[in-house]
Design a protein around this ligand. Structure first.
Ligand code: SF4
Ligand code: SF4
Length: 138
């Protein structure tokens, strides 16, 4: 079964001389997309990758990354609610099956309980103001 994981790699200047991402793909048979990259040979930098492949291959690739001394962190997706942009219309509550988003029956104000959120992203599509966004978080 195919799995997908987003990771953040931090490279030293010496790391940039190695074809590291290419190695991850060829050695472990992973498909990757570069989501973000900010690297220069003299300073090193960071890269955010989406890796897709067999679960064991992803685990092996992560272990390989650690063994190579490259700083790696697995990123998870989280929903962020911007209460300054929210107009408390309640559209998002209609699609939130976990009740992470609820309107207070007395004040008619929205509340967001991150612990209940399963990041299905239904609310992001339903929100007319862009108050709900998915972000990557360590
Ligand atoms: S992502 Fe899904 S579970 Fe999370 S708040 Fe939005 S609708 Fe609810
Ligand atoms: S849909 Fe958007 S604007 Fe409306 S209550 Fe939800 S977060 Fe706020």
């Amino acid at each position: 079964m195919e799995h997908s994981v987003k990771i953040r790699l931090r490279f030293t200047p010496a790391d940039t001389e190695r074809p590291f991402v290419h190695l991850l793909a060829t050695r472990f048979g992973l498909v990757f997309s570069i989501l973000q990259a900010d690297i220069s040979p003299d300073k090193g930098g960071r890269m955010v990758l989406d890796l897709t492949g067999e679960e064991k291959a992803i685990e092996d690739a992560l272990q390989f990354t650690i063994d190579q001394g490259v700083d790696v962190r697995i990123l998870s997706r989280v929903v962020r609610w911007d209460d300054k942009v929210c107009v408390h219309c309640g559209s998002c509550t209609a699609v939130c099956r976990t009740r992470a988003l609820q309107l207070d029956p007395e004040t008619a104000m929205l509340s967001f309980d991150n612990a209940r959120c399963v990041v299905c992203e239904m609310c992001v599509k339903a929100c007319p103001t862009g108050a709900l966004k998915v972000e990557l978080s360590p």
